[in-house]
Design a protein around this ligand. Structure first.
Ligand code: MN
Length: 129
């Protein structure tokens, strides 16, 4: 079962998305700020990180930069999530090292497609065939 670290400071978004990912067969770990996102990625080694960009302590941009600069965590795929779908956000996300980008509110089938692509054919949740 693939383990996803969900980084989201908004409780409602966090609960909803983690429940939906659970139902799809993923094990979901939670970080509520960017500092925890970095430390939990280092200690828990999730298969993938879903990173909200607007976060307390350190923001998702900086957290991603740190994780991608560390050889121990650089290989863990990160999908950036931002509230506004702007081309500049997408470019910036790729610039700091995110592997992909999606906008909130989350379109689950679309996001799952990106997750499955980054995890590879055998790394997905219950839905993978
Ligand atoms: Mn946020």
């Amino acid at each position: 079962m693939a383990r996803i670290l969900l980084v989201e400071d908004n409780e409602m978004n966090r609960d909803m998305l983690s429940r939906r990912l659970n139902r799809r067969g993923f094990e979901v770990l939670i970080a509520e700020d960017g500092g925890l996102a970095v430390s939990m990625t280092q200690t828990e080694r999730p298969d993938l990180v879903l990173m909200d960009m607007s976060l307390p302590v350190i923001d998702g941009w900086e957290a991603t930069r740190r994780l991608k600069a560390d050889p121990e965590t650089a290989g863990i795929p990160i999908i950036a999530l931002t509230a506004h779908a702007m081309d500049s956000d997408r470019e910036r996300a790729l610039e700091v090292g995110c592997d992909d980008y999606d906008s909130k509110p989350v379109d689950l089938p679309r996001l799952l497609g990106k997750i499955e692509t980054l995890l590879g054919s055998d790394g997905g949740g219950a839905g993978s065939s």
